[in-house]
Design a protein around this ligand. Structure first.
Ligand SMILES: NC(=O)c1ccc[n+]([C@@H]2O[C@H](COP(=O)([O-])OP(=O)(O)OC[C@H]3O[C@@H](n4cnc5c(N)ncnc54)[C@H](OP(=O)(O)O)[C@@H]3O)[C@@H](O)[C@H]2O)c1
Length: 392
């Protein structure tokens, strides 16, 4: 039997989760059975669990019921225990990690799962522990996509010298974005609250704006302009100032974009990303006008009345190829920041930590690593000072 944490009603996962057992699933043609070792938690799990049935139907997700309980968690690391026919990429015993937005309620907070071999998961980079491997996939591919696809920055890079602003530098996503931007040869400015300033600096941010004590808009204006503003928090504080904040250079017309993975509404209880364009006409118009920047040629008369600053509110677009670049990120000294690891029996407490909105880095549930592999860069280490936080 496999043990799962599941929910039958909508609400906060710290309140609704209960443990159950199910038969171990059998992989079919093109599928793989994975024994889960660690599950990485994301705010998106909460947003799925707290959405109305109507919204869930709209995005093609399943509402929870007593007959169809759902299992949360979109990131995992584990070991392949069986492969179905026609699977060539994986063998029994492979250590794998990956992600899947668990909109079908078939998430990774369980001991065994069956996945199509084509799903966005890959063999783990050598030497990486299960906890670290489970923590990164969704957060990493989201910020990788934001910076490389939307921001049009090359990775691995060569000293482009641009400045990047990361809003939310101590978050699961933001802490990876700070490091990735540095690896791309950029100067990084990041925001966070007072207790996290040294941590974010230790990740590679040259300037840290403490949003508790400083005027973010004024400081951001002084330190810009930026090739990319990557917003991992949400809100509109900087939007009226994009003319000044975004880099505009005739020689590099492709750069200069505000990319948000959240949207105008910073609430953590409702869906973030592209879907929020449907409920916010102002944001949708800004998105459209930003897109027109790349569509309407500069010589078109009256262009300035239609076109806005480049702006995108995005969803993670996870692929195996993007996840494979994580190994390069690690080889260049990158580390996922782990806030806390909870034992499998404390899944509700783990989600309470995600719900708090104060996690410094990722929250992970140890499903069965047997104590193997804590993170090499941990919030605890950072509390001891920047030098020890960078220790391998
Ligand atoms: N669109 C997508 O595909 C996608 C993918 C992944 C995540 N997301 C969304 O992105 C957001 C971040 O996700 P996450 O996993 O990184 O969240 P997280 O790690 O749980 O975020 C918590 C962090 O946010 C920081 N924070 C809160 N308010 C802040 C503010 N005003 N300024 C700066 N930092 C602030 C907190 O730092 P302090 O304690 O210092 O304030 C804390 O470190 C969530 O809303 C999530 O749903 C979207």
């Amino acid at each position: 039997m496999t043990t799962v944490w599941q929910y039958k009603t909508s609400g906060r996962l710290s309140q609704t989760l209960s443990e159950a057992t199910r038969p171990i699933p059998v992989p079919g043609d093109g599928e793989v059975l994975v024994e889960i070792k660690a599950a990485g938690l994301n705010p998106a799990d909460e947003q799925l669990a707290q959405s109305t049935a109507a919204l869930l139907w709209f995005i093609g997700a399943t509402p929870p019921t007593s007959e169809t309980p759902l299992v949360p968690a979109s990131d995992f690391a584990g070991v392949v225990r069986a492969v179905g026919a026609n699977v060539t990429e994986f063998e029994v015993g492979d250590q794998v990690h990956g992600q899947r937005f668990a909109a079908d309620g078939n998430g990774f907070l369980c001991t065994h799962v069956v996945l199509p071999a084509s799903a966005p998961f890959v063999k783990m980079p050598p030497g990486l522990g299960f906890v670290d491997a489970a923590a990164a996939p969704m957060a990493y591919t989201t910020v990788y996509d934001a910076l490389t696809h939307w921001g049009r920055l090359p990775f691995p890079s060569g000293g482009l010298g641009y400045t990047i602003l990361v809003l939310g530098g101590s978050s699961g996503t933001g802490s990876l974005a700070v490091q990735l931007s540095r690896q791309m040869g950029c100067t990084v400015v990041a925001t966070c609250s007072t207790p996290n300033v040294e941590l974010v600096r230790s990740l590679g941010a040259e300037d840290v704006i403490d949003y508790k004590t400083q005027d973010v808009v004024a400081r951001a204006r002084a330190l810009g302009p930026y090739a990319v503003i990557l917003d991992c928090v949400g809100g509109t504080d900087l939007i009226p100032h994009l003319d000044e904040l975004l880099l505009e250079d005739e020689r590099t017309p492709d750069v200069g974009i505000y990319v948000t993975i959240v949207g105008d509404n910073p609430s953590r209880d409702s869906f973030t990303g592209a879907v929020t364009n449907y409920s916010n006409p102002v944001q949708a118009l800004r998105t459209w006008r930003g897109l027109m920047q790349d569509v309407i040629p500069r010589w078109v008369p009256g262009r300035q009345w239609v076109v806005g600053k480049r702006y995108a509110c995005i969803n993670v677009n996870e692929t195996k190829d993007k996840l494979r670049t994580y190994q390069m990120f690690l080889e260049q000294g990158g580390r996922v920041l782990i806030d806390q690891v909870f034992p499998f029996g404390q899944a509700r407490e783990a989600y309470a930590r995600v719900e708090s909105g104060r996690a410094r880095g990722k929250v992970v549930v140890d499903v069965g690593t047997g104590g193997q592999a804590r993170a090499r860069l941990s919030a605890e280490a950072s509390r001891a000072g920047p030098s020890s936080s960078a220790a391998a």
